[in-house]
Design a protein. Structure first.
Lengths: 324, 324
Protein backbone atom coordinates (compact mmCIF):
# COMPACT_ATOMS: atom_id res chain seq x y z
CA UNK A 1 0.00 0.00 0.00
CA UNK A 2 1.46 3.32 -1.05
CA UNK A 3 1.86 6.18 1.38
CA UNK A 4 -0.04 9.45 1.04
CA UNK A 5 3.21 11.11 -0.03
CA UNK A 6 3.72 8.55 -2.77
CA UNK A 7 0.18 9.11 -3.99
CA UNK A 8 0.76 12.86 -4.06
CA UNK A 9 3.83 12.20 -6.19
CA UNK A 10 1.74 10.15 -8.61
CA UNK A 11 -0.69 13.07 -8.85
CA UNK A 12 2.03 15.63 -9.42
CA UNK A 13 3.48 13.52 -12.21
CA UNK A 14 0.08 13.04 -13.79
CA UNK A 15 -0.59 16.79 -13.70
CA UNK A 16 2.80 17.45 -15.31
CA UNK A 17 1.94 14.96 -18.03
CA UNK A 18 -1.58 16.15 -18.81
CA UNK A 19 -0.40 16.95 -22.32
CA UNK A 20 -3.06 19.43 -23.36
CA UNK A 21 -3.24 20.51 -27.00
CA UNK A 22 -1.50 23.82 -27.70
CA UNK A 23 -3.85 25.21 -30.35
CA UNK A 24 -5.92 27.34 -30.12
CA UNK A 25 -3.68 28.81 -27.44
CA UNK A 26 -6.40 30.96 -25.84
CA UNK A 27 -8.51 27.87 -25.32
CA UNK A 28 -5.87 25.74 -23.62
CA UNK A 29 -3.61 28.24 -21.83
CA UNK A 30 -6.28 28.99 -19.19
CA UNK A 31 -6.49 25.28 -18.35
CA UNK A 32 -2.78 24.99 -17.55
CA UNK A 33 -3.04 28.30 -15.68
CA UNK A 34 -5.89 27.32 -13.36
CA UNK A 35 -4.62 23.80 -12.73
CA UNK A 36 -1.15 25.07 -11.91
CA UNK A 37 -2.46 27.62 -9.40
CA UNK A 38 -2.15 24.69 -7.06
CA UNK A 39 -4.52 23.81 -4.29
CA UNK A 40 -4.27 20.82 -2.00
CA UNK A 41 -5.39 18.27 -4.65
CA UNK A 42 -7.58 16.67 -1.99
CA UNK A 43 -10.20 15.39 -4.44
CA UNK A 44 -7.91 13.46 -6.80
CA UNK A 45 -5.97 12.22 -3.76
CA UNK A 46 -9.21 10.75 -2.42
CA UNK A 47 -9.67 8.82 -5.68
CA UNK A 48 -6.21 7.28 -5.34
CA UNK A 49 -6.54 6.60 -1.61
CA UNK A 50 -9.85 4.81 -2.10
CA UNK A 51 -8.31 2.60 -4.78
CA UNK A 52 -5.40 1.71 -2.49
CA UNK A 53 -7.79 1.17 0.44
CA UNK A 54 -9.44 -1.65 -1.49
CA UNK A 55 -6.15 -3.25 -2.39
CA UNK A 56 -5.57 -2.02 -5.95
CA UNK A 57 -2.59 -0.02 -7.19
CA UNK A 58 -3.45 3.69 -7.33
CA UNK A 59 -1.99 3.91 -10.84
CA UNK A 60 -5.18 2.17 -11.97
CA UNK A 61 -7.28 5.17 -10.97
CA UNK A 62 -4.96 8.02 -11.91
CA UNK A 63 -7.04 8.90 -14.98
CA UNK A 64 -10.20 9.08 -12.89
CA UNK A 65 -8.29 11.23 -10.39
CA UNK A 66 -7.30 13.60 -13.21
CA UNK A 67 -10.92 13.68 -14.40
CA UNK A 68 -12.00 14.75 -10.90
CA UNK A 69 -9.26 17.39 -10.61
CA UNK A 70 -9.98 18.86 -14.06
CA UNK A 71 -13.72 18.82 -13.39
CA UNK A 72 -13.15 20.57 -10.06
CA UNK A 73 -11.05 23.26 -11.74
CA UNK A 74 -13.70 23.65 -14.45
CA UNK A 75 -16.28 24.42 -11.75
CA UNK A 76 -13.91 26.99 -10.24
CA UNK A 77 -13.52 28.77 -13.60
CA UNK A 78 -17.27 28.93 -14.24
CA UNK A 79 -18.21 29.69 -10.61
CA UNK A 80 -15.74 32.58 -10.58
CA UNK A 81 -17.54 34.10 -13.59
CA UNK A 82 -20.93 33.68 -11.90
CA UNK A 83 -19.66 35.02 -8.57
CA UNK A 84 -17.83 37.87 -10.28
CA UNK A 85 -14.70 36.88 -8.33
CA UNK A 86 -11.47 38.75 -9.20
CA UNK A 87 -9.09 36.39 -7.40
CA UNK A 88 -8.57 32.65 -7.05
CA UNK A 89 -5.77 31.41 -4.80
CA UNK A 90 -4.42 34.95 -4.73
CA UNK A 91 -4.11 35.18 -8.53
CA UNK A 92 -6.36 36.68 -11.20
CA UNK A 93 -9.32 34.47 -12.12
CA UNK A 94 -9.48 33.21 -15.70
CA UNK A 95 -12.26 35.60 -16.75
CA UNK A 96 -10.24 38.53 -15.30
CA UNK A 97 -6.96 37.46 -16.87
CA UNK A 98 -8.45 36.64 -20.28
CA UNK A 99 -12.17 37.39 -20.72
CA UNK A 100 -15.55 36.00 -19.77
CA UNK A 101 -15.89 34.35 -23.18
CA UNK A 102 -12.52 32.65 -22.84
CA UNK A 103 -13.46 31.49 -19.33
CA UNK A 104 -16.78 30.05 -20.54
CA UNK A 105 -15.22 28.18 -23.45
CA UNK A 106 -12.05 27.01 -21.69
CA UNK A 107 -14.30 25.75 -18.91
CA UNK A 108 -16.37 23.85 -21.45
CA UNK A 109 -13.35 22.20 -22.96
CA UNK A 110 -12.11 21.27 -19.47
CA UNK A 111 -15.31 19.30 -19.05
CA UNK A 112 -14.42 17.49 -22.27
CA UNK A 113 -10.85 16.90 -21.02
CA UNK A 114 -12.25 15.47 -17.79
CA UNK A 115 -14.40 13.07 -19.80
CA UNK A 116 -11.46 12.13 -22.02
CA UNK A 117 -9.51 11.11 -18.93
CA UNK A 118 -12.47 9.19 -17.61
CA UNK A 119 -12.75 7.21 -20.84
CA UNK A 120 -9.26 5.80 -20.16
CA UNK A 121 -10.51 3.87 -17.13
CA UNK A 122 -10.40 0.07 -17.33
CA UNK A 123 -13.39 -0.82 -19.60
CA UNK A 124 -14.62 -3.34 -17.04
CA UNK A 125 -15.42 -0.45 -14.69
CA UNK A 126 -16.21 2.18 -17.32
CA UNK A 127 -20.02 2.19 -17.11
CA UNK A 128 -20.06 2.43 -13.29
CA UNK A 129 -17.34 5.07 -13.40
CA UNK A 130 -19.33 7.20 -15.86
CA UNK A 131 -22.58 6.87 -13.91
CA UNK A 132 -20.87 7.93 -10.69
CA UNK A 133 -18.98 10.78 -12.31
CA UNK A 134 -22.07 12.11 -14.11
CA UNK A 135 -24.25 11.95 -11.00
CA UNK A 136 -21.52 13.80 -9.12
CA UNK A 137 -21.13 16.47 -11.80
CA UNK A 138 -24.89 16.96 -11.93
CA UNK A 139 -25.04 17.38 -8.14
CA UNK A 140 -22.28 19.98 -8.19
CA UNK A 141 -24.15 22.03 -10.85
CA UNK A 142 -27.36 21.78 -8.80
CA UNK A 143 -25.49 22.94 -5.69
CA UNK A 144 -24.07 25.98 -7.48
CA UNK A 145 -27.55 26.86 -8.78
CA UNK A 146 -29.05 26.63 -5.26
CA UNK A 147 -26.17 28.69 -3.82
CA UNK A 148 -26.91 31.46 -6.33
CA UNK A 149 -30.65 31.30 -5.67
CA UNK A 150 -30.14 31.50 -1.91
CA UNK A 151 -28.37 34.86 -2.30
CA UNK A 152 -31.64 36.56 -3.19
CA UNK A 153 -33.90 34.58 -0.84
CA UNK A 154 -34.50 35.42 2.81
CA UNK A 155 -36.33 32.26 3.80
CA UNK A 156 -33.58 29.66 3.37
CA UNK A 157 -33.98 26.88 5.94
CA UNK A 158 -31.10 25.04 7.64
CA UNK A 159 -32.28 21.88 5.87
CA UNK A 160 -32.06 23.60 2.47
CA UNK A 161 -28.64 24.98 3.37
CA UNK A 162 -27.28 21.57 4.33
CA UNK A 163 -28.64 20.13 1.09
CA UNK A 164 -27.00 22.94 -0.89
CA UNK A 165 -23.53 22.41 0.66
CA UNK A 166 -23.98 18.67 0.27
CA UNK A 167 -24.49 19.16 -3.47
CA UNK A 168 -22.03 21.98 -4.03
CA UNK A 169 -19.14 20.60 -1.99
CA UNK A 170 -19.73 17.19 -0.45
CA UNK A 171 -20.92 15.05 -3.36
CA UNK A 172 -17.62 15.67 -5.15
CA UNK A 173 -15.70 14.24 -2.18
CA UNK A 174 -18.10 11.30 -2.01
CA UNK A 175 -17.93 10.84 -5.78
CA UNK A 176 -14.12 10.92 -5.80
CA UNK A 177 -13.95 8.20 -3.15
CA UNK A 178 -16.59 6.09 -4.87
CA UNK A 179 -14.72 6.30 -8.20
CA UNK A 180 -11.56 5.07 -6.52
CA UNK A 181 -13.50 2.21 -4.93
CA UNK A 182 -15.21 1.22 -8.21
CA UNK A 183 -11.89 1.07 -10.03
CA UNK A 184 -10.50 -1.15 -7.26
CA UNK A 185 -13.39 -3.53 -7.83
CA UNK A 186 -14.83 -2.88 -4.36
CA UNK A 187 -18.27 -4.33 -3.58
CA UNK A 188 -21.28 -2.13 -4.35
CA UNK A 189 -21.92 -1.91 -0.59
CA UNK A 190 -18.39 -0.71 0.19
CA UNK A 191 -18.47 1.73 -2.73
CA UNK A 192 -21.71 3.21 -1.39
CA UNK A 193 -20.38 3.33 2.17
CA UNK A 194 -17.25 5.23 1.18
CA UNK A 195 -19.34 7.60 -0.93
CA UNK A 196 -21.61 8.31 2.04
CA UNK A 197 -18.56 8.72 4.26
CA UNK A 198 -17.25 11.32 1.81
CA UNK A 199 -20.53 13.19 1.61
CA UNK A 200 -20.94 13.42 5.36
CA UNK A 201 -17.34 14.39 5.96
CA UNK A 202 -17.76 16.99 3.21
CA UNK A 203 -20.72 18.57 4.99
CA UNK A 204 -18.65 18.59 8.21
CA UNK A 205 -15.77 20.31 6.33
CA UNK A 206 -18.08 23.03 5.05
CA UNK A 207 -19.59 23.65 8.49
CA UNK A 208 -16.02 23.82 9.79
CA UNK A 209 -15.29 26.46 7.13
CA UNK A 210 -18.38 28.41 8.18
CA UNK A 211 -17.16 28.39 11.80
CA UNK A 212 -13.57 29.25 10.85
CA UNK A 213 -14.72 32.29 8.89
CA UNK A 214 -15.99 33.82 12.11
CA UNK A 215 -13.85 32.27 14.83
CA UNK A 216 -10.50 31.54 13.22
CA UNK A 217 -7.29 32.93 14.67
CA UNK A 218 -6.50 35.80 12.25
CA UNK A 219 -2.78 34.93 12.58
CA UNK A 220 -3.33 31.41 11.29
CA UNK A 221 -6.31 31.90 8.92
CA UNK A 222 -5.43 32.25 5.25
CA UNK A 223 -8.04 34.89 4.50
CA UNK A 224 -9.92 37.75 6.11
CA UNK A 225 -11.78 36.63 9.24
CA UNK A 226 -15.43 37.67 9.02
CA UNK A 227 -15.61 37.75 5.21
CA UNK A 228 -18.91 35.84 5.26
CA UNK A 229 -20.36 38.25 7.84
CA UNK A 230 -19.36 41.33 5.83
CA UNK A 231 -21.00 39.84 2.70
CA UNK A 232 -24.15 38.64 4.54
CA UNK A 233 -23.34 35.16 3.25
CA UNK A 234 -26.03 32.75 4.33
CA UNK A 235 -23.84 30.32 6.25
CA UNK A 236 -25.03 27.83 8.82
CA UNK A 237 -24.13 30.38 11.52
CA UNK A 238 -26.19 33.21 10.08
CA UNK A 239 -29.18 31.01 9.25
CA UNK A 240 -29.14 29.49 12.74
CA UNK A 241 -28.83 32.92 14.34
CA UNK A 242 -31.75 34.23 12.28
CA UNK A 243 -33.77 31.23 13.43
CA UNK A 244 -32.97 31.71 17.12
CA UNK A 245 -32.62 35.45 17.58
CA UNK A 246 -35.37 37.30 19.47
CA UNK A 247 -35.70 40.75 21.00
CA UNK A 248 -32.48 42.81 21.10
CA UNK A 249 -30.41 40.11 19.42
CA UNK A 250 -32.85 39.93 16.49
CA UNK A 251 -32.90 43.72 16.17
CA UNK A 252 -29.10 43.93 16.26
CA UNK A 253 -28.66 41.12 13.70
CA UNK A 254 -31.21 42.51 11.26
CA UNK A 255 -29.79 46.03 11.61
CA UNK A 256 -26.32 44.76 10.66
CA UNK A 257 -27.67 42.70 7.76
CA UNK A 258 -29.62 45.58 6.27
CA UNK A 259 -26.97 48.24 6.90
CA UNK A 260 -25.82 49.77 3.63
CA UNK A 261 -22.87 51.76 5.02
CA UNK A 262 -20.82 50.29 7.83
CA UNK A 263 -17.33 49.79 9.17
CA UNK A 264 -16.42 46.21 8.26
CA UNK A 265 -14.69 45.43 11.56
CA UNK A 266 -17.61 46.85 13.54
CA UNK A 267 -20.02 44.65 11.59
CA UNK A 268 -17.91 41.53 12.20
CA UNK A 269 -17.72 42.36 15.91
CA UNK A 270 -21.41 43.21 16.13
CA UNK A 271 -22.65 40.07 14.37
CA UNK A 272 -20.21 37.88 16.30
CA UNK A 273 -21.58 39.36 19.55
CA UNK A 274 -25.06 38.25 18.51
CA UNK A 275 -23.72 34.78 17.62
CA UNK A 276 -22.07 34.58 21.05
CA UNK A 277 -25.28 35.51 22.85
CA UNK A 278 -27.06 32.71 20.99
CA UNK A 279 -24.24 30.19 21.47
CA UNK A 280 -24.02 29.75 17.69
CA UNK A 281 -20.42 28.51 17.64
CA UNK A 282 -21.32 25.64 19.94
CA UNK A 283 -24.44 24.75 17.96
CA UNK A 284 -22.47 24.80 14.70
CA UNK A 285 -19.78 22.57 16.21
CA UNK A 286 -22.41 20.11 17.36
CA UNK A 287 -23.81 19.95 13.83
CA UNK A 288 -20.33 19.59 12.41
CA UNK A 289 -19.57 16.77 14.85
CA UNK A 290 -22.87 15.09 14.01
CA UNK A 291 -21.85 14.81 10.34
CA UNK A 292 -18.27 13.86 11.19
CA UNK A 293 -19.46 11.12 13.57
CA UNK A 294 -21.94 9.86 11.00
CA UNK A 295 -19.13 9.79 8.44
CA UNK A 296 -16.84 7.84 10.75
CA UNK A 297 -19.59 5.35 11.63
CA UNK A 298 -20.11 4.67 7.92
CA UNK A 299 -16.36 4.38 7.39
CA UNK A 300 -16.13 1.83 10.19
CA UNK A 301 -18.58 -0.41 8.35
CA UNK A 302 -16.36 -0.71 5.29
CA UNK A 303 -15.11 -4.26 4.98
CA UNK A 304 -11.36 -3.48 5.10
CA UNK A 305 -8.79 -3.80 7.90
CA UNK A 306 -8.19 -0.83 10.24
CA UNK A 307 -4.57 -0.83 9.14
CA UNK A 308 -5.50 -0.10 5.55
CA UNK A 309 -7.96 2.56 6.71
CA UNK A 310 -5.40 4.51 8.72
CA UNK A 311 -4.16 6.87 5.99
CA UNK A 312 -7.63 8.04 4.98
CA UNK A 313 -8.51 8.67 8.63
CA UNK A 314 -5.31 10.63 9.13
CA UNK A 315 -6.06 12.82 6.11
CA UNK A 316 -9.62 13.37 7.31
CA UNK A 317 -8.39 14.42 10.74
CA UNK A 318 -5.79 16.75 9.26
CA UNK A 319 -8.45 18.47 7.18
CA UNK A 320 -10.82 18.75 10.15
CA UNK A 321 -8.17 19.93 12.58
CA UNK A 322 -7.31 23.22 10.94
CA UNK A 323 -7.12 25.66 13.79
CA UNK A 324 -9.71 28.17 14.88
CA UNK B 1 -34.70 -0.60 -42.56
CA UNK B 2 -36.77 2.22 -41.12
CA UNK B 3 -37.73 5.25 -43.21
CA UNK B 4 -36.48 8.74 -42.41
CA UNK B 5 -39.98 9.62 -41.18
CA UNK B 6 -39.96 6.66 -38.79
CA UNK B 7 -36.57 7.72 -37.46
CA UNK B 8 -37.84 11.26 -36.94
CA UNK B 9 -40.72 9.78 -34.94
CA UNK B 10 -38.24 7.86 -32.76
CA UNK B 11 -36.40 11.12 -32.14
CA UNK B 12 -39.57 13.04 -31.30
CA UNK B 13 -40.55 10.36 -28.80
CA UNK B 14 -37.10 10.34 -27.23
CA UNK B 15 -37.16 14.12 -26.84
CA UNK B 16 -40.61 13.92 -25.22
CA UNK B 17 -39.27 11.30 -22.81
CA UNK B 18 -36.02 13.03 -21.84
CA UNK B 19 -37.30 13.14 -18.28
CA UNK B 20 -35.13 15.93 -16.88
CA UNK B 21 -35.12 16.57 -13.13
CA UNK B 22 -37.47 19.37 -12.05
CA UNK B 23 -35.37 20.85 -9.22
CA UNK B 24 -33.72 23.34 -9.16
CA UNK B 25 -36.26 24.68 -11.66
CA UNK B 26 -34.00 27.50 -12.93
CA UNK B 27 -31.34 24.95 -13.81
CA UNK B 28 -33.56 22.60 -15.80
CA UNK B 29 -36.27 24.84 -17.30
CA UNK B 30 -33.80 26.40 -19.79
CA UNK B 31 -32.92 22.92 -21.07
CA UNK B 32 -36.51 22.06 -21.96
CA UNK B 33 -36.89 25.56 -23.39
CA UNK B 34 -33.93 25.43 -25.78
CA UNK B 35 -34.54 21.84 -26.86
CA UNK B 36 -38.19 22.54 -27.57
CA UNK B 37 -37.40 25.58 -29.71
CA UNK B 38 -37.20 22.96 -32.43
CA UNK B 39 -34.76 22.90 -35.28
CA UNK B 40 -34.46 20.23 -37.89
CA UNK B 41 -32.83 17.63 -35.60
CA UNK B 42 -30.39 16.82 -38.40
CA UNK B 43 -27.56 15.76 -36.09
CA UNK B 44 -29.42 13.15 -34.03
CA UNK B 45 -31.12 11.96 -37.23
CA UNK B 46 -27.68 11.32 -38.70
CA UNK B 47 -26.83 9.10 -35.70
CA UNK B 48 -29.93 7.00 -36.27
CA UNK B 49 -29.52 6.88 -40.05
CA UNK B 50 -25.93 5.69 -39.75
CA UNK B 51 -26.99 2.90 -37.39
CA UNK B 52 -29.70 1.77 -39.82
CA UNK B 53 -27.29 2.08 -42.75
CA UNK B 54 -25.12 -0.60 -41.17
CA UNK B 55 -28.05 -2.91 -40.53
CA UNK B 56 -28.80 -2.27 -36.86
CA UNK B 57 -32.10 -1.04 -35.42
CA UNK B 58 -31.95 2.71 -34.79
CA UNK B 59 -33.38 2.21 -31.31
CA UNK B 60 -29.91 0.98 -30.34
CA UNK B 61 -28.42 4.43 -30.94
CA UNK B 62 -31.23 6.65 -29.69
CA UNK B 63 -29.32 7.51 -26.48
CA UNK B 64 -26.28 8.54 -28.50
CA UNK B 65 -28.60 10.59 -30.74
CA UNK B 66 -29.98 12.36 -27.64
CA UNK B 67 -26.43 12.97 -26.41
CA UNK B 68 -25.60 14.66 -29.74
CA UNK B 69 -28.80 16.75 -29.72
CA UNK B 70 -28.33 17.88 -26.09
CA UNK B 71 -24.65 18.64 -26.72
CA UNK B 72 -25.58 20.66 -29.83
CA UNK B 73 -28.13 22.66 -27.84
CA UNK B 74 -25.56 23.20 -25.07
CA UNK B 75 -23.21 24.77 -27.63
CA UNK B 76 -26.05 27.03 -28.83
CA UNK B 77 -26.71 28.26 -25.27
CA UNK B 78 -23.05 29.03 -24.56
CA UNK B 79 -22.32 30.40 -28.07
CA UNK B 80 -25.29 32.77 -27.74
CA UNK B 81 -23.77 34.21 -24.55
CA UNK B 82 -20.39 34.65 -26.24
CA UNK B 83 -21.93 36.13 -29.41
CA UNK B 84 -24.26 38.35 -27.36
CA UNK B 85 -27.16 37.03 -29.45
CA UNK B 86 -30.67 38.14 -28.40
CA UNK B 87 -32.59 35.62 -30.52
CA UNK B 88 -32.38 31.93 -31.34
CA UNK B 89 -34.90 30.48 -33.76
CA UNK B 90 -36.93 33.67 -33.42
CA UNK B 91 -37.24 33.36 -29.62
CA UNK B 92 -35.28 34.92 -26.75
CA UNK B 93 -31.95 33.20 -26.06
CA UNK B 94 -31.50 31.54 -22.66
CA UNK B 95 -29.22 34.27 -21.29
CA UNK B 96 -31.76 36.92 -22.39
CA UNK B 97 -34.79 35.09 -21.01
CA UNK B 98 -33.11 34.13 -17.71
CA UNK B 99 -29.59 35.49 -17.13
CA UNK B 100 -26.01 34.90 -18.20
CA UNK B 101 -25.33 32.92 -15.02
CA UNK B 102 -28.33 30.68 -15.61
CA UNK B 103 -27.23 30.18 -19.23
CA UNK B 104 -23.68 29.23 -18.18
CA UNK B 105 -24.82 26.76 -15.54
CA UNK B 106 -27.74 25.24 -17.48
CA UNK B 107 -25.35 24.79 -20.36
CA UNK B 108 -22.92 23.01 -18.06
CA UNK B 109 -25.54 20.62 -16.79
CA UNK B 110 -26.63 19.94 -20.40
CA UNK B 111 -23.11 18.68 -21.03
CA UNK B 112 -23.62 16.33 -18.07
CA UNK B 113 -27.02 15.24 -19.43
CA UNK B 114 -25.41 14.53 -22.80
CA UNK B 115 -22.83 12.34 -21.08
CA UNK B 116 -25.53 10.60 -19.03
CA UNK B 117 -27.27 9.63 -22.26
CA UNK B 118 -24.02 8.48 -23.78
CA UNK B 119 -23.34 6.19 -20.81
CA UNK B 120 -26.51 4.25 -21.71
CA UNK B 121 -24.95 2.99 -24.95
CA UNK B 122 -24.35 -0.77 -25.22
CA UNK B 123 -21.22 -1.34 -23.05
CA UNK B 124 -19.56 -3.24 -25.90
CA UNK B 125 -19.35 0.02 -27.87
CA UNK B 126 -19.03 2.41 -24.90
CA UNK B 127 -15.30 3.15 -25.06
CA UNK B 128 -15.35 3.87 -28.82
CA UNK B 129 -18.51 5.93 -28.40
CA UNK B 130 -16.92 8.06 -25.68
CA UNK B 131 -13.70 8.59 -27.61
CA UNK B 132 -15.62 9.71 -30.70
CA UNK B 133 -17.99 11.94 -28.74
CA UNK B 134 -15.19 13.59 -26.75
CA UNK B 135 -13.05 14.22 -29.84
CA UNK B 136 -16.10 15.76 -31.50
CA UNK B 137 -16.96 17.95 -28.51
CA UNK B 138 -13.36 19.13 -28.28
CA UNK B 139 -13.34 20.02 -31.98
CA UNK B 140 -16.53 22.05 -31.63
CA UNK B 141 -15.05 24.05 -28.73
CA UNK B 142 -11.88 24.68 -30.76
CA UNK B 143 -13.98 25.85 -33.71
CA UNK B 144 -15.92 28.32 -31.58
CA UNK B 145 -12.65 29.67 -30.14
CA UNK B 146 -11.19 30.16 -33.63
CA UNK B 147 -14.41 31.79 -34.85
CA UNK B 148 -14.18 34.32 -32.01
CA UNK B 149 -10.48 34.97 -32.64
CA UNK B 150 -11.06 35.53 -36.36
CA UNK B 151 -13.44 38.43 -35.59
CA UNK B 152 -10.55 40.59 -34.46
CA UNK B 153 -8.00 39.38 -37.01
CA UNK B 154 -7.58 40.77 -40.52
CA UNK B 155 -5.19 38.16 -41.85
CA UNK B 156 -7.39 35.04 -41.80
CA UNK B 157 -6.49 32.73 -44.67
CA UNK B 158 -8.97 30.60 -46.63
CA UNK B 159 -7.22 27.54 -45.22
CA UNK B 160 -7.73 28.74 -41.65
CA UNK B 161 -11.35 29.55 -42.42
CA UNK B 162 -12.05 26.09 -43.82
CA UNK B 163 -10.40 24.54 -40.76
CA UNK B 164 -12.55 26.73 -38.48
CA UNK B 165 -15.85 25.76 -40.12
CA UNK B 166 -14.71 22.15 -40.20
CA UNK B 167 -14.25 22.26 -36.41
CA UNK B 168 -17.19 24.47 -35.54
CA UNK B 169 -19.79 22.84 -37.78
CA UNK B 170 -18.59 19.83 -39.72
CA UNK B 171 -16.98 17.59 -37.08
CA UNK B 172 -20.32 17.36 -35.27
CA UNK B 173 -21.97 15.97 -38.43
CA UNK B 174 -19.06 13.58 -38.92
CA UNK B 175 -19.10 12.61 -35.24
CA UNK B 176 -22.85 11.97 -35.26
CA UNK B 177 -22.53 9.64 -38.24
CA UNK B 178 -19.53 7.86 -36.74
CA UNK B 179 -21.36 7.30 -33.45
CA UNK B 180 -24.25 5.71 -35.30
CA UNK B 181 -21.82 3.49 -37.22
CA UNK B 182 -19.93 2.43 -34.08
CA UNK B 183 -23.14 1.41 -32.33
CA UNK B 184 -24.11 -0.64 -35.37
CA UNK B 185 -20.81 -2.49 -35.08
CA UNK B 186 -19.56 -1.14 -38.42
CA UNK B 187 -15.92 -1.81 -39.33
CA UNK B 188 -13.37 0.82 -38.26
CA UNK B 189 -12.83 1.61 -41.95
CA UNK B 190 -16.53 2.20 -42.60
CA UNK B 191 -16.88 4.24 -39.40
CA UNK B 192 -13.99 6.46 -40.50
CA UNK B 193 -15.36 6.76 -44.05
CA UNK B 194 -18.77 7.91 -42.87
CA UNK B 195 -17.16 10.36 -40.44
CA UNK B 196 -15.08 11.83 -43.28
CA UNK B 197 -18.19 11.93 -45.48
CA UNK B 198 -19.95 13.93 -42.74
CA UNK B 199 -17.06 16.33 -42.26
CA UNK B 200 -16.75 17.09 -45.96
CA UNK B 201 -20.46 17.45 -46.48
CA UNK B 202 -20.54 19.73 -43.41
CA UNK B 203 -17.92 22.03 -44.96
CA UNK B 204 -19.98 22.06 -48.17
CA UNK B 205 -23.12 22.96 -46.14
CA UNK B 206 -21.34 25.89 -44.52
CA UNK B 207 -20.01 27.19 -47.83
CA UNK B 208 -23.55 26.86 -49.16
CA UNK B 209 -24.76 28.98 -46.22
CA UNK B 210 -22.09 31.58 -46.98
CA UNK B 211 -23.29 31.78 -50.60
CA UNK B 212 -26.98 31.83 -49.61
CA UNK B 213 -26.41 34.77 -47.27
CA UNK B 214 -25.46 36.90 -50.29
CA UNK B 215 -27.27 35.32 -53.23
CA UNK B 216 -30.44 33.77 -51.78
CA UNK B 217 -33.85 34.70 -53.13
CA UNK B 218 -35.17 37.04 -50.39
CA UNK B 219 -38.65 35.55 -50.90
CA UNK B 220 -37.43 32.06 -50.03
CA UNK B 221 -34.60 32.82 -47.58
CA UNK B 222 -35.53 32.56 -43.91
CA UNK B 223 -33.45 35.53 -42.79
CA UNK B 224 -32.13 38.86 -44.01
CA UNK B 225 -30.11 38.51 -47.22
CA UNK B 226 -26.72 40.18 -46.81
CA UNK B 227 -26.56 39.83 -43.01
CA UNK B 228 -22.96 38.60 -43.21
CA UNK B 229 -21.99 41.52 -45.46
CA UNK B 230 -23.53 44.09 -43.11
CA UNK B 231 -21.65 42.57 -40.15
CA UNK B 232 -18.32 42.21 -42.05
CA UNK B 233 -18.47 38.51 -41.21
CA UNK B 234 -15.36 36.77 -42.52
CA UNK B 235 -17.08 34.23 -44.75
CA UNK B 236 -15.46 32.35 -47.58
CA UNK B 237 -16.82 34.98 -49.97
CA UNK B 238 -15.32 37.95 -48.15
CA UNK B 239 -11.97 36.27 -47.55
CA UNK B 240 -11.73 35.21 -51.21
CA UNK B 241 -12.70 38.69 -52.38
CA UNK B 242 -10.06 40.25 -50.13
CA UNK B 243 -7.52 37.85 -51.60
CA UNK B 244 -8.43 38.61 -55.23
CA UNK B 245 -9.47 42.26 -55.23
CA UNK B 246 -7.11 44.80 -56.83
CA UNK B 247 -7.45 48.42 -57.92
CA UNK B 248 -10.99 49.82 -57.84
CA UNK B 249 -12.51 46.59 -56.53
CA UNK B 250 -10.07 46.53 -53.60
CA UNK B 251 -10.73 50.19 -52.82
CA UNK B 252 -14.51 49.71 -52.97
CA UNK B 253 -14.39 46.58 -50.77
CA UNK B 254 -12.13 48.12 -48.12
CA UNK B 255 -14.20 51.30 -48.08
CA UNK B 256 -17.36 49.32 -47.36
CA UNK B 257 -15.64 47.21 -44.70
CA UNK B 258 -14.26 50.19 -42.83
CA UNK B 259 -17.38 52.38 -43.20
CA UNK B 260 -18.79 53.27 -39.78
CA UNK B 261 -22.05 54.81 -40.97
CA UNK B 262 -23.79 53.35 -44.01
CA UNK B 263 -27.13 52.39 -45.47
CA UNK B 264 -27.36 48.62 -45.01
CA UNK B 265 -28.92 47.93 -48.41
CA UNK B 266 -26.33 50.10 -50.14
CA UNK B 267 -23.53 48.16 -48.43
CA UNK B 268 -25.02 44.81 -49.43
CA UNK B 269 -25.38 46.03 -53.03
CA UNK B 270 -21.91 47.57 -53.06
CA UNK B 271 -20.11 44.52 -51.69
CA UNK B 272 -22.11 42.18 -53.90
CA UNK B 273 -21.06 44.27 -56.92
CA UNK B 274 -17.41 43.70 -55.97
CA UNK B 275 -18.08 39.98 -55.52
CA UNK B 276 -19.68 39.87 -58.97
CA UNK B 277 -16.70 41.59 -60.59
CA UNK B 278 -14.43 38.96 -59.04
CA UNK B 279 -16.71 36.05 -59.89
CA UNK B 280 -16.85 35.12 -56.19
CA UNK B 281 -20.15 33.24 -56.33
CA UNK B 282 -18.76 30.88 -58.96
CA UNK B 283 -15.51 30.34 -57.05
CA UNK B 284 -17.44 29.63 -53.85
CA UNK B 285 -19.68 27.16 -55.65
CA UNK B 286 -16.64 25.38 -57.05
CA UNK B 287 -15.22 25.06 -53.53
CA UNK B 288 -18.56 23.86 -52.21
CA UNK B 289 -18.80 21.28 -54.99
CA UNK B 290 -15.25 20.15 -54.31
CA UNK B 291 -16.16 19.25 -50.71
CA UNK B 292 -19.51 17.77 -51.74
CA UNK B 293 -17.85 15.60 -54.40
CA UNK B 294 -15.16 14.50 -51.98
CA UNK B 295 -17.88 13.59 -49.48
CA UNK B 296 -19.78 11.56 -52.05
CA UNK B 297 -16.63 9.76 -53.19
CA UNK B 298 -15.95 8.74 -49.58
CA UNK B 299 -19.56 7.68 -49.12
CA UNK B 300 -19.34 5.52 -52.25
CA UNK B 301 -16.49 3.55 -50.67
CA UNK B 302 -18.59 2.46 -47.69
CA UNK B 303 -19.15 -1.27 -47.84
CA UNK B 304 -22.98 -1.20 -47.91
CA UNK B 305 -25.45 -1.63 -50.78
CA UNK B 306 -26.62 1.42 -52.73
CA UNK B 307 -30.17 0.61 -51.69
CA UNK B 308 -29.35 1.07 -48.00
CA UNK B 309 -27.46 4.26 -48.81
CA UNK B 310 -30.37 5.92 -50.60
CA UNK B 311 -32.00 7.65 -47.60
CA UNK B 312 -28.80 9.32 -46.41
CA UNK B 313 -28.09 10.53 -49.95
CA UNK B 314 -31.61 11.91 -50.23
CA UNK B 315 -31.26 13.81 -46.95
CA UNK B 316 -27.88 15.16 -48.03
CA UNK B 317 -29.32 16.37 -51.33
CA UNK B 318 -32.29 17.98 -49.60
CA UNK B 319 -29.97 19.90 -47.29
CA UNK B 320 -27.73 20.97 -50.20
CA UNK B 321 -30.60 21.91 -52.51
CA UNK B 322 -32.01 24.79 -50.52
CA UNK B 323 -32.62 27.47 -53.13
CA UNK B 324 -30.53 30.48 -53.91
Amino acid sequence: MQTTEQLQQILNNAIQNLNLPGYPKQLYDPISYIINLGGKRVRPLLVLMATELFGTDANESVHAAMAIEIFHNFTLVHDDIMDNAPLRRGQATVHEKWSTNVAILSGDVMMVEANKNLAKVNPVFLKDTLDTFNATAQGVCEGQQLDMEFESRDDVSIEEYINMIRLKTAVLLGGALKLGAIIAGASARDADLIEQFGENIGIAFQLHDDILDVYADPEKFGKQVGGDIIANKKTFLLLKALELAEGDAETALKTWISAKAFNAQDKVKGVRAVYDTLNIQQIAKEHMNHYRDKALALFAQINVSDERKADLLTLTNQLMDREY
